[in-house]
Design a binder for this molecule. Structure first.
Ligand code: ZN
Length: 415
């Protein structure tokens, strides 16, 4: 074998090893305690490979042994689990009106949280950087050292933002701590921004992605879409977005803007959207758009749309005709917009999330399911299950924290 052939072989052995390690670690993270033998059965890796890789994971402190279980053959098996204390992971999410920052252990159990509310849908990137830095510092102080007195290791921070995040030099188009992403988030007034100062201030890796994508990853790892190979998660607040899961992984498109479902058109005219166009899904299903259809432009609700939505639902329950018409129109248009996703992607499941999405499905899930069936092609429409998100509105920071965790699973400690 020539030198180049040998180098290539060495690289591919390393790649296989890394992929096998990632496979074991994903299994341990998402399936909980298990034995070496079950890990081998479920991942189809050989007993020797499992023993070697588990040995390495234990040596680096990522995995711990957790006593014994009875096996069918009578011989007790040692149970393995991810060590929650191995590292702290931070997740930060910038939404339409709040910045949420949370700390998690390595099994994604929430350890601490901070939140900042802002009005008028405007917050400067420099302000976000300052807030995240302050909150991370105060949460680290709150958590203190590990049980044995040693300092807590930090895996990194994931930042979810309400816009398009380009990763121009990243091969997979996915977040990479070595690549500086470019963020476009009109909803909070960001044209073209970067967050380079944040990683410098924190002193550990920062990974950035669109909030709908990070949250979809959390739904697919821990929530309603767990284990779903082909699914769509839609987020409805004041805006609307979607995350698409194909073959169990997040679909990004060529420059990571896939999932901008809120700006697909379902009408040739109508209200102008903040993207500059007309007829966007967002102008039919977004909270302020629906409130505007009900009562006309009412500045009193600006920045406090959830109060407006409470009033709308109360009026509906009181039998007010205008509220009934606004909500039925909403469910009909949402059903239509979801049916377009069903026809395009043939998902097994559509999860409805986001604060306003949650309000809609808490009241109208059956009507929404009927509308989706009405507007979908018969076969994919009959197969798809429309569900309410089980993770709730607190999911955003958890979603962001899956970015450094995902990178760690794939690449190990060398972030
Ligand atoms: Zn639009």
């Amino acid at each position: 074998m020539n030198e180049r052939g040998a180098a290539q072989r060495k690289a591919s052995v390393r790649d296989v090893r890394r992929a096998n390690r990632a496979l074991l670690l994903r299994h341990l993270l998402f399936s909980g305690e298990t034995s070496r033998a079950s890990l081998g059965e479920e991942t189809s890796l050989s007993p020797a490979t499992v023993t070697t890789l588990v040995g390495e994971l234990i040596a680096e402190g990522t995995v711990v042994e957790r006593g014994q279980s009875d096996s069918p053959g009578g011989r007790p098996r040692t149970l393995l689990a991810v060590n929650p204390e191995a590292a702290v992971v931070f997740g930060a999410d910038v939404g339409e009106n709040r910045v949420s920052v949370q700390a998690f252990d390595l099994t994604m159990r929430r350890l601490a949280s901070r939140e900042y509310q802002f009005a008028g849908r405007r917050i400067a990137p420099a302000h976000v950087t300052k807030l995240v830095d302050e909150y991370v510092t105060s949460m680290r102080a709150e958590l203190g050292p590990r049980g044995d007195g040693s300092e807590r290791r930090v895996l990194g921070l994931g930042l979810g933002v309400p816009g398009i995040v380009e990763h121009p030099e990243s091969a997979a188009g996915a977040p990479d701590p070595a690549v500086e992403p470019i963020v476009h988030a009109q909803v909070v007034g960001w044209e073209t921004e970067t967050f380079a100062p944040l990683a410098r201030r924190l002193g550990f890796p920062v990974l950035i992605d669109n909030g709908a994508k990070t949250t979809t990853q959390a739904e697919s790892w821990f929530g309603s879409a767990k284990g779903v190979e082909h699914g769509v998660v839609v987020f409805i607040g004041d805006g609307a977005g979607a995350g698409i899961i194909t073959n169990g992984r997040l679909y990004r498109g060529s420059s990571s803007s896939a999932g901008e479902w809120g700006h697909t058109k379902i009408s040739l005219d109508g209200v102008r959207c903040r993207c500059g166009s007309q007829g966007c899904v967002e102008t039919f299903v977004g909270a302020s758009a629906v409130l505007e259809r009900w009562r006309g432009r009412d500045e009193a609700w600006r920045g406090r749309e959830s109060t407006g939505v409470d009033e709308l639902f109360a009026a509906y329950r009181n039998g007010e005709e205008s509220a009934r018409s606004a909500l039925h129109g909403l469910v009909d248009h949402l059903g239509l917009a979801l049916a377009n996703l069903v026809n395009l992607y043939n998902p097994q499941q559509v999860v409805v999330a986001g604060w306003f999405g949650d309000r809609i499905v808490s009241e109208f899930l059956a009507d929404l399911r009927a509308a989706v069936r009405r507007y979908s092609l018969p076969q994919p429409g009959a197969e798809v299950v429309v569900e309410r998100s089980t993770l709730g509105p607190e999911i955003a920071a958890l979603g962001a924290a899956t970015l450094p965790l995902d990178h760690f699973i794939e690449h190990g400690w060398g972030l």
